[in-house]
Every structure is written in structure tokens, then in C-alpha cells.
Design a protein around this ligand. Structure first.
Ligand code: ZN
Length: 345
């Protein structure tokens, strides 16, 4: 593998910046990597750990040596990760999905390790995923560590949003704000990887700049096919009779109560992307839609629905997502949403 780009798709500026800092010996002791889910934050954190601990010691992860490979597999003794996934180990899947925050015990366990000198390498790297889900006690414990980290420690916080983090934590980190990766970059990477050009273009569009998501679908085409079928259902829901809408809402409310929060959230986000496609088409920006393979349906919907209604419904989906996260009764939220589908012109 060519490692000049650290094996990362997109985010070239971030890779360049980190590499210059490492080469000049000016790397910080704490970084905050933030941006939307699945755009590549965790991969950058992993590559930074590899760059620091690579046997070649060249400020570039070679991705080949024993250290780089053990870090990739998650079993290097000088790299310690935590996050909701690690915290949820041993829980039933539905309980793991319901976790709301990173608990103080999780943070303490991770911090306790910071006192230990490197086992093998020159440095030790501490990665915290889902940092936006720290509770107050956990955040305070982390803050103390950020104030006086041991010299060998590199702390990497990975967060979907920065707004939920204590400003005192943010101010002690170098912040890398990652943006969605351009469609063309993802498409080119998928083609270079052997995907047929038309499929690569389509998957890149569907990914909305989320590299991690695109790679996941590349590796699991059945999952992508499932989402395409889900989208067909959601498009049909726009014009379905009231009782069908209510059944849809009831089924999702039941799934939510059963702990399937990520699936329900993803479906609402998918619906939102669809209505955004309709809006883009209405605005004459059809080439930018997410679901390029549904351009005809977007065109029909664009002609059928009122633009102000589509606009209002996009905002309504955002509010519904917020209410679900705030534990408002899911049946009320979802029925309310489906009852306010955009009206035809
Ligand atoms: Zn290496």
C-alpha cells in the first residue's frame, strides 16, 4: 500500500498537518477529531497512533511493520481505546444500543492506564471515541488528565459534534474539524479499488461524503441493496394513505422501544436525504442529489409537492430526531411526523 497519504481517503490537509507536526517534533499532546459519523475520524486516529509507534519511526505509518499491524488489529499494548463500543462489551445488544453516555468508570479505567510508561514504543496513545457522550463526572476526570498529561502520552478524542463537549476540554486540544469528503474523491478511491465506474459514482453519491460508510457498503452489497429497498418504501410513504403512514409509525415506534435506536435514526435520516433530493431537484440542482439512481422519482416528487412544504418537512424530521433523543414518546413523535408529510401542490 502507498503510505504517503497514510492510506486515508480524503482529508489531505489533516494528514499533511499531522505529518508536518510529527516531522518537526511539534505534535501536540491532545487532539480532538470531530465531524459527522463515518467520515474517517477513527481512521485518522488509528493512523496517527501508527505514525507515532511505527517501527520505521519516520513520522509516516508504513502500515506494514509489526507495530502498524498490531495497532490496526487493536492489540498493541501502547494503544488504549475506549468508547461506547468498548463500554458496551458484555452487555446485551439492545442494552448496548441504549447506552446514553460514557460513564465515569469507563473514563477512570482508561485514565488509570495513562500512569504506565510505554511497554514497547516511545509513546503511548489513548483514543477516546464518542467523546461527545462524556457525562459531567467523566468530563471532569478527563479535564484533569488533559491539564497534566505524562510526556509520553498522546490523547486523541474522537467526537461527532463539538458542541456537547466542555469548552475547557476543547481548549486543551488541537482541534481537527473534518468535513465530508468530496464525492469525486470517494468515487476515484472506489474505482482504484476495482469497482465499476458507474457503481463507484453511485455509491460515492449515496455516501454523502462519509468514506467509512462507502467502504462498509462496498464490503457488504446486500446491506446497500437493503437500503435501496428501504428508500423505495420511504418514497412510497410520501403519497401513501393515512392508515399506511400510521402503520409505518407504529412499527418504528415499536423498534425504538425495542432498543433499535440506530436503525430508526438512520431511516429518518434516509427519509430526510430523500426530501433534500426533492428540494435540490426543485431548485434545479438535480446533479447534486444523494440518490442518483432515483433521479426520476425525485423529479416526479419535485413536480408534485410544494417547495415550502418540503422545506418545512425537512425541519420537522430534524425536530423529530431531537425529540426521540430526548425520550419523548416515540409513537407520538413518529405519528406526528407522518401526519405532516408534505402536501401536494
Ligand atoms: Zn509501521
Amino acid at each position: 500500500m502507498d503510505s504517503s497519504d497514510w492510506g486515508i481517503i480524503g482529508h489531505e490537509w489533516a494528514v499533511r498537518m499531522l505529518q508536518h507536526a510529527l516531522q518537526a517534533g511539534r505534535a501536540g499532546h491532545a487532539y480532538l477529531l470531530c465531524g459527522p459519523p463515518a467520515i474517517g475520524k477513527a481512521t485518522i486516529a488509528l493512523r496517527l497512533a501508527q505514525a507515532l509507534l511505527c517501527d520505521a519511526a519516520a513520522a509516516v505509518p508504513c502500515l506494514q511493520c509489526r507495530s502498524c499491524q498490531r495497532i490496526a488489529r487493536g492489540n498493541h499494548p501502547d494503544v488504549r481505546s475506549t468508547g461506547l463500543a468498548e463500554q458496551g462489551q458484555g452487555l446485551k445488544a439492545e442494552d448496548a444500543a441504549r447506552q446514553r453516555d460514557l460513564k465515569i468508570d469507563t473514563v477512570r479505567g482508561w485514565i488509570a492506564d495513562l500512569a504506565l510508561q510505554p511497554y514497547e514504543g516511545r509513546r503511548r496513545v489513548f483514543i477516546m471515541h464518542d467523546a461527545e457522550r462524556l457525562n459531567d463526572a467523566g468530563a471532569n476526570a478527563l479535564l484533569k488528565t488533559l491539564e497534566e498529561p505524562p510526556p509520553y502520552a498522546m490523547i486523541l478524542l474522537v467526537a461527532n459534534t463539538m458542541g456537547d463537549l466542555m469548552p475547557t476540554i476543547v481548549s486543551r486540544c488541537r482541534v481537527l474539524r473534518l468535513r465530508p469528503v468530496p464525492r469525486a474523491t470517494i468515487g476515484a478511491a472506489l474505482r482504484a479499488d476495482g469497482m465499476a465506474p458507474a457503481t463507484a459514482q453511485l455509491l460515492a453519491a449515496w455516501s454523502d461524503g462519509r468514506v467509512g460508510w462507502a467502504l462498509q457498503m462496498r464490503d457488504d452489497p446486500a446491506a446497500w441493496q437493503g437500503l435501496r429497498e428501504q428508500l423505495d418504501e420511504l418514497i412510497a410513504l410520501g403519497t401513501a394513505p393515512r392508515h399506511a403512514g400510521m402503520e409505518w409509525a407504529e412499527a418504528r415506534a415499536k423498534a425504538w422501544r425495542g432498543g433499535e435506536h440506530p436503525a430508526v435514526i438512520d431511516e429518518l435520516l434516509r427519509w430526510q436525504r430523500w426530501w433534500r433530493d426533492v428540494l435540490l431537484t426543485q431548485a434545479g440542482q438535480g446533479e447534486h442529489i444523494t440518490h442518483l439512481d432515483h433521479a426520476d422519482a425525485a423529479g416526479q416528487a419535485a413536480a408534485r409537492f410544494r417547495i415550502d412544504e418540503v422545506h418545512a418537512f425537512l425541519a420537522r424530521i430534524t425536530r423529530a430526531l431531537g425529540m426521540l433523543r430526548e425520550n419523548v414518546n416515540p409513537q407520538l413523535v413518529l405519528e406526528g411526523l407522518v401526519l405532516h408529510r408534505p402536501l401536494p401542490r
